[in-house]
Write a protein that binds this ligand. Structure first.
Ligand code: GUN
Length: 283
């Protein structure tokens, strides 16, 4: 069993982005990322801090916009509009989830597709469906990068994704399909879940529930990717997979923390670099 080191792969990707950013800066372009955080969700705070830190490391400019939970839809859309217009901002990211009462879809659709470094805008989602895209969604693309780094071939494999969110589950299925995986997406209405998951060569868990994936749900020799970011009963960070019980059955497994999380951020850096290049005619 090999524990996939997301931190290490992410560091390699970020180093590549840092070098390319250096080249871009010589041409007078410094990539700029705007991060919008509304409200005071503690997990979102941590994610946003990590994104800002990564920007600093690779040489991007990052600007944070922290708004109170009481912000109106109009105020939030006005900020997005202002950032769409700014030439020094190449990427705009609004951290989700938004506080109750704010319309996430409206905010996503307001972001200019060329600055949509999360790849959440329907124009970018559609382009991913047909395989003609500029940006890939951060978490699924980070997972694919991790599989590549460990020479894990998807072609012809039985791939099972648990979770059907727009952010992870659905695009994850699509990227696995692009690499010729046979994909099943499971969700809360799926019958006989463990029967399906236990036939997976590659199992991706994006559920949001501690210890959701137990040993009996996993085939011997499976590759297990854990997208979960939960707290256990002691407040300790943990994923969706019962790591201790599952790890000895797997060929590869990602830990939490230190697995998928860092990869999400390195893809965001790649997307922001790409956005800066595209907006300056340098791609
Ligand atoms: N919330 C959880 N994951 C993500 C992400 O990748 N991007 C944004 N904007 N919000 C998130």
């Amino acid at each position: 069993m090999i524990i996939i080191d997301g931190k290490k792969v992410s560091a390699q990707v970020k180093e590549q982005v840092r070098l390319e950013c250096e080249e871009l800066r010589k041409k007078g372009v410094t990539p700029g990322l705007a991060v919008i955080l509304v409200g005071d969700d503690p997990a979102s705070r941590v994610y946003v801090n990590n994104k800002k830190k990564a920007c600093e490391l690779v040489g991007f400019k990052s600007e944070e916009f922290t708004l109170p939970a009481t912000t109106s839809q109009e105020e939030l859309l006005a900020l997005v509009e202002e950032l769409n217009e700014r030439e020094d901002i190449n990427g705009i990211l609004c951290q989700l989830p938004l506080p109750k009462g704010l319309d996430e879809n409206a905010v996503i659709e307001a972001i200019s597709p060329i600055k949509d470094v999360d790849a959440f805008h329907k124009q970018n989602v559609g382009r991913i469906m047909i395989g003609d895209y500029d940006f890939l969604p951060c978490t699924p693309a980070g997972i694919m990068e991790m599989l590549h780094a460990y020479d894990i071939d998807v072609d012809g494999k039985n791939c099972v994704v648990i979770g059907r969110s727009n952010i992870v589950g659905k695009p994850m299925g699509m990227l696995l399909l692009h690499e010729n995986g046979t994909v099943t997406i499971c969700h809360s209405h799926t019958k006989n879940l463990s029967e399906i998951t236990s036939k997976a060569d590659i199992l991706v868990a994006a559920v949001g529930k501690t210890k959701f994936v137990t040993a009996d749900m996993v085939a011997d020799g499976a590759v297990v990717i854990d997208v979960g970011m939960n707290r256990d009963e002691n407040g300790k960070l943990c994923g969706d997979v019962d790591f201790e019980a599952v790890k000895d059955k797997c060929s590869y497994i990602t830990p939490v923390p230190g697995g998928v999380g860092p990869m999400t951020i390195s893809t965001l850096m790649k997307n922001t670099l790409k956005a800066a290049k595209l907006q300056n005619g340098l791609d």
